[in-house]
Design a protein around this ligand. Structure first.
Ligand SMILES: Cc1ncc(COP(=O)(O)O)c(C=O)c1O
Length: 392
């Protein structure tokens, strides 16, 4: 294989060299436990607090409002279950959407078994929630609205500012899963009226297994992990110091050159979309054409199995995804593609290519050339495609 093109940045990203460099001493010479009292320990404590500030600065929060977790899934679980348990006496109704990541959906399904009532909002054909449906779903018992910032499969960005406004007016807490948005979109939690926000470092060139939950000062939720008094007694467990240091550095770097980074990504994204549409027939772009993550491209190819497409792409050195990484391998079509109204057959032929800052324009050409050849070859094996061609 002559080259390897990684276009699965929504699944995970590589740790940047500068990030790794900052992390390394905290595995070896600076190994102190931040909770201890001697100077080796305070070196770790200082590093954790610096990272907390870096994360807070990136979203316009105060460092007291940032709690480190083991990643996006934990942050989602904590925000939703923590809010549900704390407010149980006040109400039992939660509003979310049909296209959330499973970290949110499965948490809500679990809460349903505990007696909570969940409303799963519909989305339109581009994957955008209906704000009128949101408003009319609110009841006296509603304690939380949890709507993702941007979708991991189709990249659609939600009208978060409007959702925040509705939640604030009605005095309901608003959580957003911003795992795909952080590092790609400028976010100010105050401007957007966000009460809780989930993030995960491995999506923006930080390490895996570290994330954070922003909890607005004054918002009270139950703890999920009991034990020591770390994270102000709200999330027990000895801190993952190297991970936290890496997350701090990675988020700082991501927001340092955001505009330049986004300009490049949007250009590549739109060029990839245009070239696929111009070179391959019977394709459908999934997600909103412009209101989407700067690096997200998601197409359905009719008469094709997404898994075969992925394997063929892998053989020519291209890494993509046929849904979200967590669901590929499962036979059920993606719940996100179902929610935007795709049929099972078309949903099965979907491919997500997610670009990152290490991709280049010449890679786009290589991908389109190979995609065209592979799609042609796979369609030749499809009796259905033969029939459609015969009819045209
Ligand atoms: C939107 C979204 N939420 C949550 C997660 C889970 O994050 P983590 O892998 O850090 O647990 C992901 C990961 O793919 C995601 O895309």
């Amino acid at each position: 294989m002559s080259r390897y093109i990684y276009m699965d940045n929504a699944a995970t990203t590589s740790v940047k060299e500068e990030v790794l460099k900052e992390m390394l001493p905290y595995f070896s010479e600076k190994y102190g436990n931040p909770s201890s009292v001697y100077s080796l320990a305070s070196t770790s404590k200082v590093a954790v607090e610096k990272a907390r500030e870096q994360v807070a600065n990136a979203i316009g929060a105060d460092k007291k409002e940032i709690y480190f977790t083991a990643g996006g899934s934990e942050s989602d679980n904590w925000a939703i279950k923590g809010c549900a348990y704390f407010n149980r006496k006040k109400g039992n109704h939660i509003i979310t959407t049909k296209i959330e990541h499973h970290a949110v959906l499965h948490t809500c399904e679990y809460l349903e078994k505990q007696g909570f009532e969940i409303t799963y909002l519909n989305v339109d054909k581009d994957g955008i929630v209906d704000l009128d449906e949101l408003k009319s779903s609110i009841k006296d018992e509603t304690i939380l609205i949890s709507i993702m910032f941007a979708n991991n499969e189709i990249g659609t960005i939600q009208p978060i500012k409007e959702v925040g406004k509705i939640a604030k007016e009605r005095g309901i807490l608003f959580h957003t899963d911003a795992v795909q948005a952080i590092g790609n979109i400028k976010i100010d939690v105050n401007e957007l009226n966000i009460d809780m926000l989930s993030m995960s470092a491995h999506k923006f060139h930080g390490p895996k297994g570290i994330g954070a939950l922003y909890i607005r000062q004054g918002v009270r939720i139950d703890s999920l992990i009991a034990g020591g008094g770390q994270e102000k007694g709200k999330r027990a467990g000895t801190e993952n110091v190297p991970g936290i240091v890496g997350m701090g550095k990675a988020i700082e770097l991501a927001y340092e050159n955001l505009e330049e980074h986004n300009e490049k990504l949007v250009k590549m994204r739109d060029s990839l979309i245009e070239k696929i549409e111009n070179n391959i027939d019977h394709v459908r772009l999934n997600g909103h054409r412009t209101q989407r993550l700067p690096g997200n491209v998601n197409f359905s190819f009719e008469f094709i199995e997404g898994e075969s497409l992925l394997l063929s792409l892998d053989m020519v050195g291209i890494a993509g995804s046929s849904g979200s990484a967590c669901t590929s391998g499962a036979l059920d079509p993606s719940h996100v593609l179902m929610a935007i109204g795709l049929s099972h057959e078309i949903a099965h032929g979907s491919l997500r290519l997610s670009l990152g800052e290490f991709n280049s324009e010449d890679e786009i050409d290589y991908v389109v050339e190979n995609l065209k050849v592979i799609v042609d070859r796979l369609r030749k094996m499809s009796p259905l495609y033969d029939r459609v061609k015969g009819e045209n």
